[in-house]
Ligand binder design. Structure first.
Ligand code: A2P
Length: 340
């Protein structure tokens, strides 16, 4: 019989945590015991998943001693406090927050891009899951970079509210309801109204005027793909529930045609789904393609008419799946396949 593992999901009642449970089940991850952990206030609550009932346990009182893998997605402060509690008990932590991402000895993994670096996990027992916007962008551009070096990336994102957690999903629903019923709009999660609006701020402002979400795309592209690539990002929140979209403009070391780029994507069909037809609707959209999909979709492949070696792409993926839960579970699958 093949080996089975005790797995804990930390933040199991949250938008990403619930998806982690769903994907573990969808992919038949070899689970012996599944522990669902959240805050004290959720202790004793039950989650219904695929017709089965699961009990929520308090993280604060949890003993990690027989847990093999813990998937953390309850915010940076929780990872800061509890990841070391888990690793002291020999539990391997796969952390979906940004807390450990930039530490030199902690691997930051997108399996399709730098899966081999997972081997460094044993230095700390922690593997970090990158930011959702970085994951879909790097899955899309890695096959191009392998053929023709990327020097610079100019990117604008259009990011779904689910990236800010379940309270943000409720805020968008409540604001749409209030707007269409002529009621006052209340904003708690976002600094401005998100319904019928576009907000050019994700995460806090940094000293250089960029937001932290923008700098995550810079730091993570360098750490995961190539330290020499320069990135100029603008990250924007839009009133979409699931699925981030990105307009990605690449500056390459040599000229490469749009048709060649499309051929590259067709050869790498396992990692990227190309939808690119020059007709109405011949491109991927968040609400159409990616609601139930783990894939990264690419469309609108064009040569940049303003510079000699430029390529433009439109990249769409489900931020809760490939941008968070699915990527974490791919990491867990690699871990058990090659190391446990
Ligand atoms: P809880 O529901 O008990 O507050 P989201 O990103 O969708 O907002 O979800 C955040 C997740 O992080 C939830 O599962 C939430 O659990 C969990 N969480 C928040 N604070 C804590 C805490 N102090 N200990 C454990 N889990 C926490």
């Amino acid at each position: 019989m093949s080996k089975k593992y005790n797995v804990a999901v930390v933040g199991a009642t949250g938008a990403v945590g619930k998806m982690m449970i769903q994907i573990l089940l969808e992919r038949n991850f070899p689970i012996k015991k599944l522990y669902l952990l959240a805050s004290k206030k959720s202790e004793g609550k039950k989650l219904q998943i695929n017709g089965e009932e699961y009990l929520i346990t308090s993280l604060e009182d949890f003993d990690f001693k027989d847990t093999d893998i813990a998937l953390f997605s309850a915010g940076g402060e929780i990872s800061k406090k509890y990841a070391s509690v888990a690793t002291k008990n020999n539990t391997i932590v796969i952390d979906n927050t940004s807390f450990f991402r930039y530490e030199k000895n902690i691997p930051l993994i997108i399996p399709e891009v730098n899966g081999d670096e997972i081997s460094k996990y044993n230095e700390t027992g922690i593997i970090a899951n990158p930011n959702c916007s970085t994951i879909q962008m790097l899955v899309a551009i890695k096959p191009i970079h392998d053929v023709c070096k990327i020097k610079r990336i100019n990117v604008c994102t259009y990011q779904a509210v689910s990236g800010s957690g379940s309270l943000a999903i409720e805020e968008l629903k409540d604001q749409v309801h209030a707007y269409t019923n002529n009621k006052d709009i209340k904003s708690n999660v976002y600094p401005k109204q998100i319904a019928f609006n576009v907000i050019p701020q994700i995460d806090k402002f940094m000293d250089n005027g960029y937001t932290k979400e923008e700098m995550k795309m810079v730091w993570e592209t360098k750490k995961i793909l190539d330290n020499s690539i320069e990135v100029n990002p603008t990250t924007v929140r839009v009133p979409v529930f699931y699925g981030h979209s990105e307009a990605v403009h690449l500056e390459l070391a040599q000229k490469i045609t749009a048709n060649k780029v499309k051929d590259i994507f067709m050869d790498n069909s396992n990692d990227v789904v190309l939808i690119d037809e020059h007709k109405d609707g011949g491109y991927p959209c968040a609400a159409n393609e990616c609601e139930d999909s783990n894939d990264v979709f690419v469309g609108r492949v064009r040569e940049d008419i303003s510079i000699p070696n430029g390529i433009n792409l439109w990249v769409v993926s489900n931020n809760i799946r490939k941008g968070a839960a699915y990527n974490s579970i791919q990491i867990a699958e690699l871990l058990i396949k090659n190391y446990l």
